[in-house]
Design a protein around this ligand. Sequence first.
Ligand SMILES: [Zn+2]
Length: 381
Amino acid sequence: MTSVDHLRQVRLGNLRTVLLALVDRPGSRADLAARTGLTKATLTNLTEPLLAGGILVEEPATLAGMGRPSKPLRFHPGGPIAVGAEINVSHLAVETLGLDGETLERRLVPADMRRATADEVLDQVAALIREVTATTDRKVLGAGLAVPGVVHDGVVIRTPNLPELVGVRLADGLGRKTGLDVQVDNEANLAALAHLWPRHLAGEDFVHVTADVGIGAGVVLNGEVYRGVSGFAGELGHVVIERDGIRCTCGSRGCVERYAGLDVILREAGRRRLDSLRRALAAGDAKALDAVRKAGEALGVGIATLTNLFDVPTVVLGGSYAVLYDHLHEAVRSEMDGRVLAGGERHTRLLASPLGEFAVVRGAAGLVTRRAVQQPERLFA
Ligand SMILES: [Zn+2]
């Protein structure tokens, strides 16, 4: 590496440090210097092009105690944004997100994607992206795309409920239709990322569990989503809880998903949709309560296995499990209490996700904003 390259790397590293500090919260140059360990002169030098490029803005001076008035820096409200998009079996969703973590716009459109071809699916996603980006003249950094399946090297290699997508390079396809740089990842990983970036909502080590047709878990260790070698990590839905149990679509038997998947809960409760189930639970319907409790027990056994493997202190129930949380968590808790080995030393925390049904698209957009902050040269591209 030449010394010029070296200086460039140091500068990019410092830029990343400053941007990460600003993701945490706005701050004056003096405050940022204290938080990052960089000198005020270096900070002035680093922030100049960010201000000139419309990425940061300097707020009017405020008097903070003694001394000179401070002028806090923060992300420009007209600065670059990212798009998140989600392909689900029964809906499509999009969200636009600023570098400061503020959501600009989001849409969730019910749509049956089961029989659609990959091209048809991408056409609909592209149309939604155009809708939410047409209303702003802010620069779009790129798009993150979430799919309900296993993704490896940008290719969907397994998606049991959307078989048309298998083997397709969705990022390339959507990139051609929108002109955006697109990254694709699994929905469970992205829902977990949404709890990590840009805000830590559940610490640095946790498992985020969601239910749709299948069950997905995003495992976060040391502040990073753990994907496994080929993208299959976190397949909680196929953890076996009954050796000779009900046959599963994966070819095995007794998988958690056959007892605690959303379709199983709805069927057992005699309901067709989640909102109808929610109303039945609120009205104290015995069949609905029983269906959710039984699912919670099965889920608790599966989660106990996961927490025993990864020793995480926090489990976040997201998606439809967050919606059902009030009626679900006691059964989950009681199974975990008897089965989590570390439970005697430390009580595993069980939380309902605050992000609800938009966690996945928020994570998809977050994939793009996080990459822009980690690779600041992208902001100037
Ligand atoms: Zn299975």
